[in-house]
Write a protein that binds this ligand. Sequence first.
Ligand code: F0G
Length: 461
Amino acid sequence: MNNNIKRSWAEPYKMKMVELLKMTTPAHRKKALAEAGYNTFLLRSEDVYIDLLTDSGTSAMSDQQWAGMMTGDEAYAGSRNYYHLEEVVRTIYGYKYLIPTHQGRGAENILSKILIKKGDIIPGNMYFTTTRLHQELAGGKFEDIIIDEAHDSESEFPFKGNVDLNKLEKLINKYGAKKIPYVSIATSVNMAGGQPISMKNLKELRALTKKHGIRIIHDMTRVAENAYFIQQREKGYEHKSIKQIVLEINSYTDGATMSAKKDALVNIGGFLAVNEWDVFEEARNMVVVYEGLHTYGGLAGRDMEAMAIGIGESVNDDHIKARVGQVIYLGERMIDYGVPIVKPIGGHGIFVDAKKFLPHIPQDNFPAQTLASEIYLDSGVRTMERGIVSAGRKANGENYYPKLELVRFTIPRRVYTQAHMDVIAESAGRVYEKRNKVKGLKMVYEPKYLRFFQAKFEKLS
Ligand code: F0G
């Protein structure tokens, strides 16, 4: 008997329905990309072979979720599925009061309007596009308090989502706790590359904020993925289940906004969850204005049912191991080809360092936007810019110049196979080989808000 044979893991599911993909030719892609103004958001999905634009709303639902859809109670008020979701949010996530919303930003809008006054400061562990914009639209100012390692794509620090407590203390001293309605904490920090926050850091943050009477609001969009990294990397958590870790994370926070389109394995949906009755009462009032009645918040009964079931599946240990395992597999293949990626590999995708990949292209010529275009041209794989275009402009009109200029290869959950991962890594490797020939872009159309979604570019000659 040979005991040296490696034991692989595999996806804890099998397929019972498939969606056929369309293969495209280089000439077709060249035309499609030019028509899309070199913005992968403006491509038609039909022109895409493997779609890594986002892990948001792109996951495959289980047979149980689809079965749940059939039990949708499409009542205007008091749908059975709302009560099921409420129970799941209480038992699995540990938050008391639930306001469903059509997706994450619906919850961000309501929360920001309730808690933020003009001139307030909202410290957070790196910005997220929609989250910061809602904070700003409500009159607040976002301040980044993530540790410096998060801005360094090469730092192998295991918890690059951590808060630098000194940075937070400085803000409290400068502005006073009254000006800080809450600290905005994301698990699996998206813009840093899906990097986790440690339980130790969260506990310390809880102690500090408690002392000053400041809330912690949790962007729990990818909390289960963060829990996986705690289980794998943090002492004392190696024998705890993902479910236990998720509940503990949430216990150090006062409320949450959720885009259920990620972790929770649904194509649409989200919620706001809070522990304070007063905040809940106001949110319940406001949701009627922006989303729908407080027992559906812009969702159908069937959507809430699929979400309730998806949340349960998302905290399953085998699920999350395979989910993050696939991402790590892709990252390791890219490293084999010499492609510079953010390390450690994060939970929801591979973030390629475009500044290192295309060092000859200045940030004003959009290296990450350029690289996303080149990957699409090479293979029909669609990725997303997460750099200067995504960062947008400050209130005074100046560009933000983020340190990280990244292209995100985001992996939808339960959708693609290991063979797809090989094809993706090979494409990144191929473009890397011919990187010296790649030229940058200029922006020819810029929308006012969240410009990355609809901006248009032209190739520099
Ligand atoms: N918070 C985080 C950390 C997110 O990643 C997203 C969405 C949101 C909030 C907003 O949620 O889209 O449901 O309104 N991220 C997507 C992405 C769009 O591609 O990363 P939403």
